[in-house]
Design a protein around this ligand. Structure first.
Ligand code: FEC
Length: 289
């Protein structure tokens, strides 16, 4: 008898051949056009062909499993590629798990993102909806900000970014409030003065409907106009090095900063940090009890 723990994450294609299927899944079954596929492949090529996300998610899973120890059956379930969330639940049930507890490797709740992960666990499962209040996570981010600032000019503005979502999805949702609260908490711990940091958005899709902004690229331009010397991005909505960080921030936002003459920096990602993932595992254990 054991408790089934489903560690959930976005997922990345297992190989270049899987890219079209992955993109089709993200688009809820609508295959991308040749041009859309080519454009996405170009982004992966720019970060070396494949995303490090799979390796990193597995390392994160291993940390959580190691911290939980005996009595827990830990399986990885991806949102957009195999093994899917449903596969992980089936695996845990096949191993006679008495209950299912889910946790997403993304710190902030939102109906449109985390809500979908949790729903796919099935009606009897328990789940952690958000964990950005974990002191260990806040401390990790504050340390990352402080460390990165040591190599930035004195007049540097810090932008805490997260994935944009369509305004329609954000109506009545907790996502923006949680991101604002965690940015405030990290900024306070890092000792940032009021007016030297803000929240911003990234990775919006190009669809006709409005997405939450301002986008990090526009923020960079506005900061340059205000006479700031540097911009430090802390992608607080993500936990690992992956496409949305390595391309949207490290390539696109950095290029924009170069164009307008701003020094650019980005904080280290959580990846498989033992302290934070052990604390997250303790939350899982507490929920399962
Ligand atoms: O490294 C990798 O291979 C994968 C990186 C990756 C992560 C990620 C996380 C989030 N997304 C969120 C929302 C959306 C919405 C759409 C959307 C589309 C994409 C596409 C790719 C992609 N996302 Fe993603 N996301 C990652 C990758 N995402 C590739 C498709 C091309 C594009 O639009 O850029 C729009 C879907 C639609 O068309 O309807 C919405 C949110 C997160 C953070 C939470 C989480 O990790 O689950 C929110 C990592």
């Amino acid at each position: 008898m054991s408790i089934g723990v489903v560690v959930m994450a976005y997922g990345t294609p297992a190989s270049a051949e899987d890219l079209a299927a992955y993109y089709t899944h993200i688009r809820r079954g609508r295959p991308p056009t040749e041009e859309q596929l080519r454009e996405l492949r170009g982004r992966y090529d720019a970060i070396g062909g494949m995303s490090p996300l799979r390796r990193m998610t597995e390392a994160q899973r291993d940390r959580i499993a190691g911290a939980l120890g005996d009595g827990f059956e830990v399986a990885l379930g991806y949102k957009h590629t195999a093994p899917f969330i449903e596969d992980a639940v089936t695996m845990a049930r096949d191993k006679n798990a008495t209950e299912i507890v889910g946790v997403v490797l993304a710190p902030h709740d939102s109906r449109g993102s985390i809500g979908e992960y949790v729903e796919r666990l099935g009606p009897d499962a328990k789940a952690i909806r958000s964990w950005h209040t974990l002191p260990e996570w806040r401390a990790f981010q504050a340390n990352a900000v402080r460390a990165a600032l040591t190599s930035m000019p004195s007049r540097t503005h810090v932008v805490f970014t997260a994935h944009s979502l369509p305004e329609r999805v954000l109506e009545g949702d907790v996502y923006v409030d949680e991101l604002q609260a965690s940015a405030e908490g990290i900024a306070a711990r890092a000792g940032l003065d009021r007016g030297t940091w803000s929240i911003g958005w990234q990775s919006a899709s190009r669809t006709p409907e409005p997405w939450r902004g301002p986008d990090i690229a526009d923020i960079v331009e506005a900061l340059a106009a205000e006479g700031v010397e540097g911009v430090l991005v802390c992608p607080q909505g993500f936990t690992a090095d992956h496409l949305e960080v390595l391309y949207d921030i490290d390539v696109v936002a950095r290029r924009r900063a170069d164009d307008v003459g701003l020094r650019f920096g980005r904080t280290a990602m959580l990846n498989d940090d033992a302290e934070v993932l052990t604390a997250l595992a303790a939350e899982v254990r507490a929920l399962a009890g």
